[in-house]
Write a protein that binds this ligand. Sequence first.
Ligand code: OSB
Ligand code: MG
Length: 367
Amino acid sequence: MKIERIEIRHTKMDLVTPFTTSMGTEYDEEHIMVRVDAEGVTGWGESVAEGTPFYSYETVPTAWHIMKDFLIPSIIGKEINEASDVVKMYERVRGHMMAKAGIEAAIWDALAKSKGISLSKLLGGTREKINIGVSIGIPTSANELLRNIEHFLAEGYQRIKIKIAPGHDLELVKAVRREYPDIMFQVDANSAYTLADVDLFKKMDDYNLSLIEQPLGYEDIYDHSKLQREIKSPICLDESIHSLDDTRAAIELKSCRIINIKPGRVGGYTESKLIHDYCASMGIPVWHGGMLESGIGRAGNVALASLPNFTLPGDISASKKYYKEDIVDPPFVVNPDGTMNVPTGPGIGVEINMKNLDKFTVRREFF
Ligand code: OSB
Ligand code: MG
C-alpha cells in the first residue's frame, strides 16, 4: 500500500460537562485528526495530544510540528505492508508518542480497509462486545457525585472510576461505598500524591477498590514499588508507562499489578499490542484508558480493547458522555448490560460525519 496523501486537522470540541481532575478543569478538548489516503482507501486516526501540557508534555502544537516536520516526511510516498513499517520509518524520532500514535492509527485503519476487514480483526481482537466503565471528574460535593454515579449505573456502566486529589479523596471514597457497597469501583489520582501519603492509601484498603490509578509521580516507577509493598489495593500505572520497556520495569519491580493501556501514551497500536501480550504472559490484566476521544479515536480504542487480555472494563464511554455531537456515524452507545459493540465493518467500522468534522476543525494542512 502506497501512502499518497496525508491531511491533519486541529479540532476543538466542547465537552458536555466540564471535567475536573488533579490536573485542572477541562471545558473542551483539542486533538488532531489524521487522514491518510492510499490507493483508493482512506484511513482515519486521532492524536490525543491536548491543548495543555498537564497530562503529557505533548500538546496539539508540538504534535503538529513533529507530524509535519518529521513523521509525515519520513512516510509520505512510501510503500508499506503493515503498520509496524511506519514505526520503523520514524524510529529516529524520540518520544512524542501521541503524535506517532495519531499517524499510526490512520495507517492501521487504511490497511484494514484495504484488506476489507475490521480493525479489530487486523489487531487480533477476539471479542464482539467490550465491557465499559466510566471516569467521573472531581465533583463539587459528595451528593453531586452520588447522583452522577446513580445516572451512569442506570445506563448500564459496569464500573465507576472517580478522580481524586488531595482534599478530595477518602471522604468521596467513603461516601460512594456507603451508598454502593458492591459496585466495581476505582480511583485515579493522576500523580497528585507522594510517598508521604502512604497512610491515606493504607486507609483506602478498607474500601475494596478494584485499583488505585497512578497515585505517585508521572514518570515514577520506583516509588510506586515502595507504595505497592505497603498497601493491599492493586496499583495500576497510567502516566508512567510509555513503552514495553517501562511495562517490564514496572512489573519486575512490582510497582503495579494492573496496567492501563492508552495507545496515544505508548506511541500506537503496535506498542500497545506488545504491552498487551507481555502483560498476558505475566498474568497482569490490562484495561483500556481514555483521553476524551472523539468517535475516531474511540473507534480505534474499541477495536484494541477487543483483544483477549483487556479483561477489565475500559474508560471507553458512550459518545454522548463527552460530546453533544460526535464526528462519526453512528455515535458510540452503551448497551443496557454495560457493553459496547465492536464495529464489524472495514477498518474502524464507522463513517466520518464530514459536516460535524468541518464544524469542529480550526486548522488543516495537506501533504
Ligand atoms: O488519567 O485516565 C486519565 C482523561 C484525560 C486525561 C487523562 C485521563 C482521562 C480520563 C478520562 O480519565 C477517560 C475517558 O476518556 O473517559
Ligand atoms: Mg489515568
